[in-house]
Structure formats: C-alpha cells, structure tokens
Write a protein that binds this ligand. Structure first.
Ligand code: FCB
Length: 453
C-alpha cells in the first residue's frame, strides 16, 4: 500500500471535513525543568514501571524544536493540529501562573493561526501535577475544582483563538488504567479508587465547561473518550454477558453520564463499598450539552467471563500492531453506529486519535511503513462508512504526528507518521506521512487525483 484514496463522493473529501494530526504534552514536550513535575515523572522514576526504563524529561524536545515541528505540520497540508497543555507548565505548585510556560502555548497557537492551521486544545492528557497528586490526585474531589481554575487561566489566555477545547483526554485511562489496573501513573490498584477517580474526572469536565464557554464563546467545547467494541470470546451466555458488562464499564461508564446524566445500571450491581461517592448535583454538572465528542479509536477488545465479571482475551492472530492490538477497522464503524442508535443526543464527532505502532526502521534516511498507510486507508474508509450510515463525523486526527513517549511502553512503540531519532532529534517523514500529505494536499487543491475506489 502506498496511497490513500477514498470514494469520490466521500464526505471526507469535502472542504468542511477537518483533517489534522495529534500529539500530547508529556509525550513530546521535554523541557521538564521548565514545568512542575507531573505524576508521570514520578511514575517513570519508579523501577519497573516503564518497559524500557525511560522517562519524559526530554522526549521529542518539542518545546525547543516546536517551530520545526510546526513547519512539518504546515507542509503536511492539514487543516488542524490537536495538542494538549501541560497543567504543570501553566500553574506552579504555589498556585501562581508560570508565565513563560503559558506563553509557550500562546506562541504556538498564534503561529498555528498564522500558518492557517486550527488549534484544537486538550486541557488534560494525563499529566497531573505531582503537587496535586500529593493532595490525593483524582481521588480528591478538590482536584476537579483545581481543574476548573486551570481551565479559567488557559481559557482566558487563548480564548476564541482555539477552534475546540477538549477538557479531558480518555478519562477511562486516567481512572481505570491509573487507579484500578495500576498500569499508568500513579499506579494504584484499587477498584473503588478507579471509580472515584472516574467520577472526579467527569466532574472536572463538567465544572470546566461553563468556564471555557465563557472565555471562548466561539470555540467548540467537548471531551475526548476512547471506545472499543467489546466482543465475547465465545457464544456462551456467560461470555456474552461479560462482553456486555465490559461495554458498560469501559465505554458507557464515561459517555452515559455526559449525555444522560446517569451511570450505567452496572453501578447498582456493584458492592456498596466499591461504588464512588457522588454528590447531589454532580450528575447535572457532568451532563451538560457538548458541542462535540472526541473519539479515540485503536482496536476492538474480546472478553470472557471470569468470577462473574469480565476479563480480556489478548488477540493472538494477525494482523496485529506492535502494541499487540488487532487491526480491526470495522470496529470503528460498529461502535459509532451503535452509539448513534443508543443515544439520540450523540453530539457531532471528531475522531481525535487513530493510528498504529509498527516496528519502523530507517534505511537510506527513509522509513517505509506501508503497513501504517494500509492502517490509515482502512480506518479512513471505516470513517467514511460511519458517515454513510448516518453518524455525524466532522474531522479526523492521525495519532500521532511524531514518534513519542508511549506511556508505560516508553519509546519502544512508534506511533508517529514522522520518525524521531531520540538521540539526534532528527525528524524523518515516513512513507505514511508522505502518503497522507499527498492525499491532504490533493484534497485541498481539489485535484481529481484523489481516486475513486
Ligand atoms: C491513547 C492515548 C495517546 C496514545 C495512544 C496510542 O490512549 O490518548 O496518548 O498513547 O493511545
């Protein structure tokens, strides 16, 4: 596969569909000495937490090389850039504003706009300041209020210059993976804590929404959730029930509070001691209307029954990415058409992340990642299918612009369409970047070269 192409009439080719690339602060920025430490700095310093023993102190040194990175974004021909802001680069431990840190984002947004590229900002992509974790982190209800204050400062500084504000990226990961499964920072393993963290993350979203709307009435306001269709490992009644429970626990747990101001029924089936504390007005705060829903999609998940609960069955058969994730583009169409049927008030969607890690190698200063081109081709067709099936999808962001720090996997997994040599900080556009660039530029100039299938 060397080319990306879509049916001629595809909505994805129309000028009002948005294409972009995405990154997140901790994964690319570096310049750790110019911000407050985050829970990920602490986590990385704990032996055995990160597969390759690495950390995010330097990453892609994006704070230093951001102008070069912006040149790459511009050359790619995208309409938009999604990035996140590091809370600890904006607010110091004593509550004062880090002026230099905030200025970095103001300059970035101004430069994006000067290059004709929309800025899509995520306020929280997992890098909670350690000073807040020291007060209990997402287990402490107060953190949700601190988040609204942080949103106030960012909203005031960037206002309507930003096209869309997403409050939180993937609360599932910041709650479940971080407080229940112990895989992500801060590495807790406690069921009740996972649910409490999830609730406080959603509350933080709800508290920040009106603040952001006030400062940026012309911007779109929403949140980013990750979804994965949950399939049973077998036809047995037990496995089918397990898959349904997993769907409630991993997907609906985050979406239903936002759209219907309630948690799935599964909550009431949990032992009393494992349920989160929910204050009287919380659900109304969480369930305000959204201008958009950001959807991150990578793969499907298969579950079997285990002790009246569910347990995932890792895929064995190819095609798998180097994360061990099954390549399953039809899952994107399945989950979104499903949610569209289930929720009459599903907001317009941006696919805020989609992409794959493969074992890329540099040869003659080139990276031939045909498998990634194929991945994008298949998933763009899946987006096309969703739209044909009646789902409103207004944009698509490739994850990721750059190879970066892939959380607990460190630098061992490369998701970029641009290769990064972490020793020299050299960037090389992979074949996938070149294929997407051709597709994006042709689309922009509306040449007929965007082929019919
Ligand atoms: C998502 C995260 C993103 C990246 C991709 C691979 O869950 O939002 O930061 O790590 O997975």
């Amino acid at each position: 596969m060397t080319k990306i192409s879509l049916p001629k009439h595809s909505k994805l080719l129309s000028s009002d569909f948005l294409f972009g690339v995405a990154t997140s602060s901790f994964q690319i920025e570096g310049a750790a000495d110019q911000r407050a430490p985050s829970i990920w700095d602490t986590f990385c310093a704990e032996p055995g937490r990160i597969k390759d023993g690495s950390d995010g102190l330097h990453a892609c040194q994006h704070v230093k090389y951001w102008r070069q990175d912006l040149d790459i974004i511009t050359e790619l021909g995208v309409d938009a850039y999604r990035f996140s802001i590091a809370w600890g680069r904006v607010i110091n431990a004593d509550g004062s504003v880090n002026r230099q840190g905030l200025q970095f984002y103001i300059d970035l947004v101004d430069a994006l706009l000067a290059n004709g590229i929309q800025a899509h900002v995520t306020l929280y992509h997992w890098d909670l300041p350690q000073y807040l974790e020291d007060q209990g982190g997402w287990l402490n209800r107060d953190t949700a209020y601190r988040f609204a204050e942080y949103a106030d400062i960012v909203g005031r500084a960037l206002g309507n210059k930003v096209a869309s504000y997403a409050t939180i990226n993937e609360p599932f990961c910041s709650a479940y993976l971080s407080y229940e499964a112990g895989i992500h920072a801060p590495g807790h393993k406690n069921r009740r804590e996972g649910r409490q963290a999830a609730h406080h993350l959603l509350l933080a979203h709800g508290l920040a929404m009106p603040v952001l709307r006030r400062h940026a009435p012309q911007a779109l306001h929403g949140i980013v959730l990750n979804f994965s269709p949950c399939h049973p490992a077998s036809d047995s009644e037990a496995d089918r029930q397990a898959a349904l429970q997993a769907h409630q626990y991993h997907n609906l747990w985050y979406l239903q509070p936002l759209l219907e101001a309630s948690y799935p029924d599964l909550l009431n089936q949990l032992p009393e001691a494992d349920r989160p504390d929910i204050a009287a007005d919380d659900m109304a705060t969480i369930g305000q209307s959204l201008d958009f829903l950001g959807v991150n999609y990578y793969t499907r998940t298969v579950f079997r029954e285990k002790n009246d609960w569910f347990s995932d069955v890792p895929p064995q058969a190819p095609p798998l990415t180097s994360m061990g994730w099954e390549i399953y583009p039809q899952g994107l169409t399945e989950i979104l058409t499903d949610l569209n049927q289930r929720f009459a008030n599903l907001p317009p969607i941006y696919i805020t992340e989609n992409g794959a890690a493969f074992p890329d190698e540099v040869r003659d200063n080139q990276v031939d990642d045909a498998a990634r081109i194929d991945y994008y081709q298949q998933h763009l067709l899946a987006v096309h299918d969703c739209i044909e099936a009646g789902v409103t999808i207004n944009g698509y962001f490739a994850w990721s612009l750059l190879d970066n720090f892939e959380w607990a996997e460190g630098y061992s997994k490369r998701f970029g369409i641009v290769y990064v040599d972490f020793d020299t900080q050299q960037r090389i556009l992979k074949s996938s970047a070149l294929a997407l660039q051709t597709f994006w530029l042709q689309r922009k100039t509306q040449l007929p070269a965007v082929e019919a299938l």
